[in-house]
Design a protein around this ligand. Structure first.
Ligand SMILES: C[S@@+](CC[C@H](N)C(=O)[O-])C[C@H]1O[C@@H](n2cnc3c(N)ncnc32)[C@H](O)[C@@H]1O
Length: 227
């Protein structure tokens, strides 16, 4: 099984419990992070949400911004099935496309905005994913990315380490009944680049005016950049 299939299947397996665990494990702070991500976006009519998963960011966008349509891309059919059901229930205009962020099935310069929440650290090739985001964005449009990062305050960092390396994998394993998924999620967060280092990747992909805004002691960060 290649890496792409592995990630898609991992998220297929945890899809039924993903939303509940997300909100529970973050004490609902993830909702605030998504809201702030939408606030960081300029007006964009048609947005591509990369790694849309269960569509929480797309829903937030369609409720709270002037975005009229979202196209969502994801490897996991099961995550998108849950997202689709949530959007149908709310009568929201979201198209779901199964595919790989590192090889997107979209034309150049197609979208008024590109977003990605908690997706980038799962890419086997981050730079390929960012280059694809750049390619499909219209010139002058903004990419807005929300991703886990690492707190800089030593006390917060110590508490975070205990929570992420012990509590989260344990709770995740018990609730999702998946032995490996939440250990993988914890490892993927700890090994991923953040802050200035992430801005370098955006710059290498061709973006300019890159900025980052840490949230909640730096546990998550919003990155923005312009094509
Ligand atoms: C942690 S979830 C985030 C979902 C959603 N954006 C959110 O905010 O809750 C990560 C998602 O990224 C998707 N994903 C991982 N690698 C991908 C890739 N290379 N291409 C497309 N989707 C990918 C997974 O299938 C999963 O649905």
């Amino acid at each position: 099984m290649d890496e792409k299939q592995h990630i898609g299947r991992l998220f297929d397996r945890i899809a039924p419990t993903y939303d509940g665990l997300n909100h529970g494990l973050s004490l609902n702070i993830d909702r605030i992070w998504r809201r702030k991500t939408v606030q960081a976006m300029p007006v964009a009519k048609h947005v591509l949400d990369v790694a849309i998963g269960t569509a929480d960011l797309a829903i937030e966008m369609l409720h709270r911004s002037k975005t009229e349509k979202v196209t969502g891309l994801d490897l996991s059919a099961e995550m998108m099935a849950i997202g689709r059901e949530k959007c149908v229930r709310r009568k929201l205009a979201v198209d779901f496309v199964q595919g790989n962020a590192q090889q997107m099935p979209f034309a150049d310069n197609m979208f008024d905005g590109v977003t990605c929440a908690f997706g980038c650290r799962n890419f086997s090739d981050l730079d390929a994913g960012l280059r694809e985001m750049y390619r499909v964005l219209k010139p002058g449009a903004q990419v807005t990315i929300l991703e886990f990062s690492y707190p800089t305050n030593p006390l917060v960092r110590a508490l975070y380490d205990i929570y992420f390396t012990r509590a989260l994998p344990f709770i995740g394993r018990v609730v999702s009944r998946d032995k490996t998924a939440y250990t993988y999620l914890n490892k993927s967060v700890k090994s991923f680049c953040w802050g200035e280092a992430f801005l370098h990747h955006l710059n290498d992909a061709g973006f300019h005016d890159e900025h980052f805004t840490p949230l909640t002691f730096g546990i998550a960060t919003i990155y923005t950049a312009i094509k």
